[in-house]
Design a protein around this ligand. Structure first.
Ligand code: SF4
Length: 283
């Protein structure tokens, strides 16, 4: 993969693209890196980014002016890449952190699947940076998220961030259902509960796939140990994505939240889900 340095001629702060009937979980993003060296079988970037290279935007000074004039107070910094990629560009990340430090009332999320994100600690990120990790089933991380760190290594990285004084979160998105997933999720929560004190953010979102990604995903499954082991059927949702059926999703979220109840959780969020799902699940 080539790295291309570019100037962002538009705005850095962008609104999430989401269907009006669905809640997104997070509503604003800043992309200073686009592209990812890892290879997750369900990744939406394959649908969204046309260029296989890594693009790095250098003109970060614009961000300060944009932050000063926006009401957005929670912004994700890792939508078009994995958050760990920031650690490969220390000069850029330091510059970014110096800007974010000036906005202590806003939060900035760095979500990661690779433990090299811990290198960012050497740059002393401000404490309004929230470190979250996408936590997948152990088999999914191992077989379908190629090049990333294992589920347990991600939890270990979260523990180091928490012990360094940062707010942390676990985002289980996408949740993919396969034979043995409940046992694996139970094990994950048991380990996470021993290593982490408090989840400031706990997010859940079941697998959904763009029309163009759906056949690629199925092919990846059929070429892996997960062949014949996926559970649940998919339907074409009103947001034009393939998803599990509504009632199946409700029941699955209830199961995940029950398993998660061993943990100290401050905020529960639903990612790219119909707006009434949270009420249905938590009622
Ligand atoms: S780590 Fe994230 S951005 Fe990278 S391939 Fe996986 S899903 Fe896509």
């Amino acid at each position: 993969m080539k790295v291309l340095n570019k100037i962002n001629k538009g705005n850095f702060i962008k609104k999430f693209t989401s269907h009006p009937d669905y809640e997104a979980g997070c509503y604003f993003q800043i992309d200073i890196i686009e592209g990812c060296p890892y290879d997750c079988g369900y990744c939406f970037l394959k649908h969204y980014l046309k260029n296989p290279d890594i693009i790095v935007y250098d003109n970060l000074e614009k961000i300060q002016k944009e932050l000063a004039s926006t009401k957005a107070n929670y912004i994700n910094l890792s939508v078009t890449t994995d958050g760990s990629m920031l650690s490969l560009f220390p000069g850029l990340s330091r510059k970014l952190f110096d800007i974010l430090r000036k906005f202590p009332n806003k939060y900035f999320e760095i979500r990661f699947k690779h433990k090299k994100v811990m290198k960012l600690l050497e740059l002393d990120p401000p404490k309004n940076v929230i470190f979250t990790s996408t936590i997948s089933g152990i088999t999914i991380a191992d077989k379908l998220e190629i090049g990333t760190s294992s589920t347990i290594e991600r939890i270990d990285a979260l523990s180091i961030f928490e012990n360094s004084g940062y707010k942390i979160g676990i985002i289980m998105d996408p949740i993919i259902l396969y034979e043995g997933w409940k046992e694996e999720y139970g094990k994950i929560f048991s380990i996470a509960n021993k290593k982490l004190s408090r989840l400031w953010r706990f997010g859940v979102g079941l697998l959904r796939l763009e029309r163009s990604i759906f056949p690629i995903f199925l092919e990846r499954i059929n070429n892996s140990v997960l062949k014949g082991k996926l559970l649940g059927e998919f339907t074409h949702g009103d947001d034009n994505k393939y998803r599990y059926y509504y009632n199946y999703r409700i029941n699955t979220y209830k199961t995940v939240l029950k398993l998660a109840s061993v943990m100290n959780i401050e905020n529960i969020l639903f990612y790219m889900e119909k707006k009434d799902v949270k009420r249905q699940v938590l009622s």
